[in-house]
Design a protein around this ligand. Structure first.
Ligand code: NAP
Length: 310
């Protein structure tokens, strides 16, 4: 019988206990799910989310893998006490939610919906938007979430540019990569979606120089991580109209502090880190499959490269 430690904020246990129990049983794994490890050395796997109180992995001497419930692993990937394999979450529910958030917010800006929704003085001022086929949208990050979002936008016929660290070939997406590809992508993008992980390389990526590569009035959507953006540079770019609007879901400090200028800026929309969430039913199957693999001596899915940071 395996021991699986569920280490996440307490409220998550109510959400995950039943789906994890079912998924482990369906995968043929006999496991004892616990939320507290009396004998850490006996724990075989850790299901992990930040803010669950676990920071020192040293006592978990028998642990075969740490299975993150989050796609973004920036808070744990640099933890020096973690020597076990770390897997991030790739979940169908998470992916679907992100596709909905991204397409919804791209369509808001593409169609100019605010013009009619916020039309307080009831002005009859028709402005027909271009077709999606004439709108260039860039997606930075072509991993699980970026690729799914880029493909959904392409299915709506947007002209989609994508950017990643290594070369990608995705039908219907104009894929670029590396530092040279970034300028080519940003300089064409009317709407930019950030779906990069936060790493030493991506921190502060959208600084004054890169924001300056955007066409005047471009829209920035950030459902990735707050620290991808230099906040002051973005505020300056908004004030001079280089960036026409920013819709931000993630922030350097969360919750976004009350006095932060993003709250008050007329051209900023704040959503409170809700772009997408791991869904317990689908995620539990991913966790169970990885435990099955671990026990069968098969390679883990979605293994994090600790040097790369994602
Ligand atoms: P992923 O599958 O690991 O994909 C990451 C993508 O970013 C890959 O295409 C990768 O390039 C690219 N990348 C990484 N470093 C790069 C660099 N230095 N230059 C250019 N491209 C780089 O990640 P994911 O599952 O799609 O998730 C992306 C991020 O979304 C997460 O890390 C998390 O921060 C965020 N997220 C947010 C929410 C929310 O609710 N707001 C929810 C879930 C996740 P390669 O293809 O070459 O490897």
């Amino acid at each position: 019988m395996l021991t699986v430690l569920f280490s996440a904020p307490a409220r998550r246990w109510a959400e995950y206990e039943a789906p994890l129990t079912t998924a482990l049983a369906e995968a043929g794994i006999a496991a004892r799910l616990v939320t507290k490890a009396d004998r850490p050395g006996d724990v075989d796997y850790i299901v992990y989310a930040p803010n669950g109180g676990l920071e020192d992995f040293t006592p978990f001497t028998g642990c075969r893998a740490v299975l993150s419930l989050w796609a973004g692993v920036e808070t744990i990937v640099t933890n020096r006490t973690l020597t076990q394999p770390l897997c991030r979450m790739v979940d169908a529910g998470l992916e679907e939610g992100m596709v909905e958030w991204v397409t919804g917010h791209v369509l808001r800006h593409h169609l100019g919906l605010d013009r009619y929704i916020l039309n307080a003085d009831r002005t009859w001022a028709p402005q027909v938007p271009p077709l999606a086929r004439d709108r260039r949208v860039a997606v930075l990050g072509l991993g699980a979430l970026g690729r799914a979002s880029a493909e959904a936008l392409a299915a709506l016929r947007f002209r989609v540019l994508g950017w990643s660290r290594t070369a990608r070939d995705i039908p219907g997406i104009d894929c670029r990569h590396g530092p040279d590809g970034l300028r080519a992508v940003l300089s064409q993008a009317e709407i930019v979606v950030l779906l990069l992980p936060l790493t030493a390389e991506t921190e502060g990526l959208m600084d004054a120089e890169r924001l300056g590569w955007l066409p005047q009035g471009a829209v920035l959507l950030n459902p990735g991580r707050g620290a991808l953006i230099d906040d002051d540079a973005l505020l300056a770019a908004l004030d001079r109209g280089q960036v026409g609007h920013a819709t931000l879901d993630v922030f350097r400090v969360e919750p976004l502090p009350e006095g932060h200028p993003f709250w008050a800026h007329s051209q900023v929309t704040v959503t409170p880190h809700i772009a997408s969430e791991t869904r317990a039913t689908t995620a539990a199957r991913v966790v169970a499959e990885n435990i099955r693999r671990g026990e069968a001596g098969e390679p883990f899915l979605y293994l994090v490269d600790r040097d790369r940071g994602y």
